[in-house]
Write a protein that binds this ligand. Structure first.
Ligand code: IMP
Ligand code: MG
Length: 177
């Protein structure tokens, strides 16, 4: 058990399980996109750990450019997505891979997709380490998923609860809400 702010969390996914999932996603991306010279756009802050592991597991040299979009406060989405660092102009004509830590309602990535389309990329893929299918209310296709999880709040491996809990190497789920 760990405590983050006022909540208790229990172990949900170990470092080894995370590594196995990252390795699988990396081989899928290597197979599908290796010859497209994709531009990876990981979303700060949560995706930094996933992107770091993913980059080392790909079988090609990944070019990346971090963006920052935020919508969460505490344990729920505000529904309003703020652009903090937008997609770079060099997305134009490139195959762009949006790299997320977690897709919950899908509101954040949907907003990002409409911003990204204005840059006229050659193609777009979406990779997320975690996906909450029961919370997802959008209809865009998610190309790469590390693991689908129930609609519970989690921390660790980049994911935070009000800026705490990001640096754990395992993933933890809240044990009471
Ligand atoms: P969405 O817009 O509802 O899909 O939310 C996506 C963003 O909310 C993610 O990029 C995370 O930053 C944050 N988020 C969603 N679920 C969780 C969670 O269980 N723990 C921590 N952050 C989360
Ligand atoms: Mg995020």
């Amino acid at each position: 058990m760990i405590t983050v702010h006022d909540k208790q969390f229990r172990l949900y996914m170990t470092e080894q399980e995370i590594r196995d999932a990252v390795t699988r996603v990396a081989s899928e991306i290597s197979r599908d996109l290796g010859d497209k010279k994709p531009l990876f756009c990981p979303v700060l802050t949560g995706s930094y750990m996933f992107m770091s592991d993913l980059a080392r597991a790909l079988d090609f040299d990944a070019e990346m450019c971090f963006v920052k979009y935020s919508s969460y406060s505490g344990m729920s989405s505000t529904g309003v997505v703020k652009t903090v660092i937008p997609f770079p102009d060099k997305c134009r004509g490139r195959h762009v891979v949006i790299v997320e830590d977690i897709i919950d309602s899908g509101v954040t990535v949907e907003t990002m997709l409409s911003e990204l389309r204005k840059k006229e990329p050659a193609g777009v893929s979406i990779a997320t380490f975690l996906f909450k299918p029961d919370a997802f209310v959008k209809d865009f296709k998610i190309d790469y998923v590390g693991r689908s999880i129930p609609n519970d709040f989690i921390v660790g491996y980049g994911l935070d609860y009000d800026d705490k809990g990001r640096s754990y190497k395992d993933i933890y789920v809240v044990s009471e809400v």
